[in-house]
Design a protein around this ligand. Sequence first.
Ligand SMILES: *Cc1c(COP(=O)(O)O)cnc(C)c1O
Length: 356
Amino acid sequence: MKKHNFYAGPSILTPYTIKNTADAVIDFANTGLSILEVSHRSKEFQAVMDEAQALVKELLDIPAGYHVLFLGGGASLQFAMVPYNLLQTKAAYLDTGVWAHKAIKEAKLFGDVEIVATSEDKNYNYIPKHYTVPEDVDYFHYTTNNTIYGTEIRKDPDVKVRMVADMSSDIFSRPVDVSKYDIIYAGAQKNLAPAGATIIIVREDALGHVTRQIPTMLNYKTHADKGSMFNTPPVLPIFSALQTLRYYKEVGGVKEMEKRDLAKAAKLYEAIDSSRVFEATVKDHEDRSIMNVCFVLKPEYAEMEKAFIDFASTKGIVGIKGHRSVGGFRASLYNALPMESVDVLVAAMKEFENKL
Ligand SMILES: *Cc1c(COP(=O)(O)O)cnc(C)c1O
């Protein structure tokens, strides 16, 4: 049966990415070797790295003065690397959920942290508004898309200080004004590649302002100076990332991805909002994520949760169980998910509802 992959991460990749990765595992770039067994210093892999970095710059329209890095350690390592490299005295953080919280915890190891606003009072089901970012901080950090709660900030904020964003689960889903940011980071496993690589876009001028000693591997400058090849990079995920980036470019770039993502999300939210039995957990339309759509059964049908997941699985639908801290369902509509899968989910919801 055809599967419809709604996993939150690692998550669906384009068929183009999977096919080319599978082929390269057998024979990489006509070398007669597998991508799993070639030197990262080979000219064939250097070409992969160069093109991947160039395509990230092109797709996100990154101005001069930025480096694009592919490092290991996941987005979670960035929670520590950002303050290690940027936090001298004080930083400002927006608290929009688990990932933001984890970033805050690490930052506190390096200096003062001011939480400018939080939506913890309602289990993070909205985006805090009307907060001010103090001007005496080293940087402001926020999470663009809250993967667990299905909230998203789709407009690059205007602040007067350096800005850092965790874009793990919505990078490449819209054009971004990179010039507003000093660091953007994203684990690859949501919208780009298999797990194992983290993409980091760092402004050259953001580095070198803290007085502390930074261990070599945790210093962005180490990696920036060596074109992300200081040590062995995650070769296979970078190869796969390149395939996805080529696909994005081929179909029209991040503007086209945004158009598709908006259409998919609109269709699913509309089905949820018009349902007799389901309801969205994020009420304010402006705050709704177009990447992770969270919904629940209305209280009177709450005991049918497992029944719906089981029913959906008979239609090939995989990965819609909500995160344990929210419950219910979460359908992740990442770039690689086709509209057809949304149609199958919507049809399954209607069929289930009609049987109740
Ligand atoms: C998945 C995710 C992370 C964690 O990524 P790892 O690569 O597992 O460390 C961090 N932030 C956001 C927004 C995420 O969605």
